[in-house]
Design a binder for this molecule. Structure first.
Ligand SMILES: C[S@@+](CC[C@H](N)C(=O)[O-])C[C@H]1O[C@@H](n2cnc3c(N)ncnc32)[C@H](O)[C@@H]1O
Length: 343
C-alpha cells in the first residue's frame, strides 16, 4: 500500500477516518478503495470504486455517484486488486462480525485494512486479530484515528454466530450487533405497544412500521392479525425482523428502505413508529422529520400516524405542521405517544 500523493481531489474528506485515509493513500488512491461499513463522506464516495454497507441510504449515495454498492446480505464480489478498508464500528461485536464476514468473502491472503477513531475502539483491533491468529501491521495514525492492515485467512468462526434470540411480550425476537436496542425491549416501544393495545381499531389494518429494528412492533401487530409492512434502513434490522416473524410463525413484508423511499406511492391505514433520532454522536431529526412530513402522502383517507418519542424531542411542531394538529395518547414523563390523523 503506497502513501504517495497523486493529485488534488475536488472533494474534501469530512470524517477524521477518511482524512487519515486521504493522507495515507494520497488524494486519488490507485487502484481505488473498496469501503466496507463506511461513514457518509463525499471524498470517500469520489475516491472509492465500491462500497459494502448494511445501510441502504449509504448504498444509495454510492449508486448516485455511479459506483458499485453491495449489501453483505446480497451478492458481493470485490475485485482482486481492490484496497479493501473496513471502517471499524463503535459496536465492537459488529466489527468482529464484519472481520469474520470479510475473511469468508475475500480470497485468503487478501490485504484488509482497518481504520477507526481511537475513541471508537480501533486500538482493540490488533488484539482481536491476534486472538483470531491473524497478523497485524500499523500503517498510520493521525487525527485520533489509526490504520492497520492484515491479510485474510479462513476462520473457524461462522459470521452468523452473532445472532441472538430473546423473549419479550410473549414474542421471540432476533437481534444482531448493530440492531437498535440489541437484545432488549426499548422502554419507549413498550409504552407504544401498551397504548396500542387499546387504541387500535378492531378491524384488520394495513400498517407500515417505519424503522422496524428487530421487528418487535411488526410482530406484535402481525400477531393481532394486521397486514404489516416493515421498513428499516439497516440490513441487519431487516434480517432481524424477518427472523423474528419466522420465529413466531407470523407473516409480514420487510423491506430495506430509507424511510418511505422503497415503498414509493403505497398508502396505509396506519403508520406506526418508534422513530430514529440518534446518528453517531449527534442528534439528527432528518429521518424522523421526513417520516412525519411525508406521512400524509402515505396514509389512506382517515389514516393515522402513531409514534412514540422522548418527551423533549420537537415532534409536536412537526406533527402540527404536517397534520394541522395531533393528540397525546400516553405520557409517562419520559416518553409520549402521539397520534395525528390525515384529513
Ligand atoms: C428507535 S429504533 C426503533 C426500532 C424498533 N422499531 C423498536 O421499537 O425497537 C429506530 C430504527 O430506525 C431505523 N432507521 C434509522 N434511520 C432510518 C431511515 N432513514 N429509514 C428507515 N429506518 C431508519 C434504525 O435502524 C432503527 O432500527
Amino acid at each position: 500500500m503506497s502513501g504517495t500523493l497523486k493529485r488534488e481531489s475536488p472533494s474534501k474528506s469530512e470524517s477524521s477516518t477518511c482524512q487519515l485515509l486521504a493522507r495515507y493513500f494520497g488524494a486519488a488512491p490507485e487502484p481505488m478503495l473498496w469501503a466496507v461499513a463506511p461513514p457518509a463522506d463525499a471524498w470517500l464516495v469520489e475516491n472509492s470504486s465500491g462500497v459494502v454497507s448494511a445501510d441502504a441510504g449509504m448504498r444509495e449515495q454510492w449508486q448516485r455517484a455511479g459506483k458499485i454498492a453491495q449489501s453483505p446480505f446480497g451478492q458481493c464480489v470485490m475485485p482482486d486488486d481492490a484496497r479493501v478498508v473496513l471502517f471499524w464500528p463503535k459496536a465492537h461485536q459488529l466489527g468482529v462480525w464484519w472481520l469474520t464476514w470479510l475473511c469468508a468473502h475475500l480470497p485468503p491472503g487478501t490485504p484488509l485494512a482497518f481504520v477507526g477513531e481511537h475513541q471508537g475502539g480501533i486500538k482493540r483491533v490488533p488484539k482481536v486479530l491476534a486472538e483470531l491468529g491473524l497478523a497485524c501491521d500499523k500503517l498510520d495514525s493521525a487525527r485520533r484515528c489509526s490504520l492497520f492492515v492484515t491479510r485474510t485467512e479462513p476462520l473457524d468462526q461462522p459470521s452468523d454466530a452473532a445472532w441472538v434470540a430473546f423473549e419479550a411480550l410473549d414474542l421471540t425476537l432476533y437481534s444482531h450487533p448493530g440492531v437498535f436496542g440489541h437484545g432488549k425491549l426499548d422502554d419507549g416501544t413498550a409504552l407504544l405497544l401498551e397504548t396500542l393495545a387499546t387504541a387500535l381499531p378492531a378491524q384488520t389494518q394495513r400498517i407500515l412500521d417505519v424503522g422496524c429494528g428487530d421487528g418487535i412492533i411488526t410482530a406484535w401487530l402481525a400477531r393481532r392479525g394486521h397486514d404489516v409492512t416493515a421498513v428499516d434502513i439497516s440490513d441487519f434490522a431487516v434480517e432481524a425482523a424477518r427472523k423474528t416473524l419466522e420465529a413466531n410463525a407470523l407473516t409480514g413484508r420487510v423491506v430495506a428502505s430509507d424511510v418511505y423511499h422503497a415503498i414509493d406511492q403505497e398508502r396505509f391505514d396506519l403508520i406506526i413508529s418508534n422513530p430514529p433520532f440518534h446518528q453517531e454522536r449527534d442528534i439528527h431529526y432528518g429521518a424522523a422529520g421526513r417520516l412525519i412530513s411525508e406521512a400524509p402522502h402515505h396514509l389512506t383517507r382517515g389514516g393515522q400516524l402513531i409514534l412514540v418519542a422522548n418527551g423533549f424531542l420537537p415532534y409536536p411542531e412537526r406533527l402540527a405542521q404536517a397534520f394541522g394538529g395531533f393528540e397525546i395518547l400516553a405520557d409517562n414523563r419520559r416518553f409520549k405517544v402521539y397520534r395525528a390523523g390525515s384529513r
